[in-house]
Design a protein around this ligand. Sequence first.
Ligand code: NDP
Ligand code: MG
Length: 379
Amino acid sequence: MKKVSLLGSTGSIGRQTLEVVEALGYEAVVLTANRNVELLEAQCRKFRPRLAVCMDADAARTLKLRLADTGVKVLSGMEGLIEAAVWDGADTVLTAVMGMVGLRPTLAALKKGRRVALANKETLVCAGELVMEAADKYGGELLPVDSEHSAIFQSLQGCKSRGEVKRLILTASGGPFFGKKREELETVTVKDALKHPNWSMGAKITVDSATMMNKGLEIIEAMRLYRMPLDKISVVIHRESIIHSLVEYCDNAILAQLGTADMRLPIQYALTWPERVPGPATLLDLFSCPSLTFAPPDEENFPCLALAKRAAGEGGTATAILNGANEAAVAEFLEGRIGFMDIPRMVEKAMEKVPVLQKPALEDILAADEAARRVAIGE
Ligand code: NDP
Ligand code: MG
């Protein structure tokens, strides 16, 4: 029976991970949240982890009182999150927290040589080189949970040499605003942006999908995970979200992974790899599957994609600046304080104003993130 430490258990990925854990008869030995005490308490009563962590100190105090009868240890803050990531009794740490707050816990787990199943793409975007170096140096493993990267990982199984790979092709649904022009995008609302056509996800990534920043972050994630240069990664709009991504080989074979839009499959594969076992993900019925369509992305009306590629090309702290500014801008948009097209404007401003440092250490990345957030929201 595998033991999983789950960071971000109250979120969209976290809840689906617990469904997989339950279906496979695994054990959730650590659960964490930010402030959702209600749900974290219910999860703790059901899964009986050894440790529960709330990032927020007040929430942790409340949780501790509520779990007093259970023997579950309760911690808080970044220290608690790091303790969760390096918990001795876990075989795999699945990190599904939202945002670059996942960086230090992921680094800590990899430095202990742990297997990390990573949903938290912001970590690789901000500090991909540091994270991959830590994995190499200390023997840690990094397995993708993001559906596109899992599809690529699955399509790379059996590939003996990365030199055989010509190109990685990331599929993108295009989000709720596919086909719209800049002028129309100026006036879309938060409610419109949260209506994703195919996937049900947390609010931040749903907005990222609407701006296409999500695909930009995923290009950077793929560069790091698969050590591929920017010019060998393409994006194709595939509205149906049936093909989850593809690998083009040197002999012109293209391998892909198909399935329903069900995150439980990539979550499960990251937990069971290199094996496959029966699980709860919904099977794709080929006879009721829609026709598959493909179109080029529109970087003119969706400038976030171009900004992400620019940051990927610059390297160093540029991607941390991109990500920090985007996290700040999306939070402002969700609060109703800025318009949808202010998101790319704020990201671009931060990219222009915050100096880029090459070969950054962790402190440089944390400083770049903070500066980018400040500049983006105009403090
Ligand atoms: P949600 O917003 O649904 O959940 C986020 C989780 O992280 C919650 O448990 C939340 O706790 C916790 N959290 C939020 N902020 C903090 C913080 N500052 N410190 C500690 N914990 C925090 O997000 P998703 O599940 O949608 O996404 C999680 C990650 O997975 C993101 O990086 C996203 O890009 C990635 N991802 C998600 C996919 C999806 O289908 N949802 C697909 C592919 C990748 P609380 O509930 O208390 O706020
Ligand atoms: Mg994805």
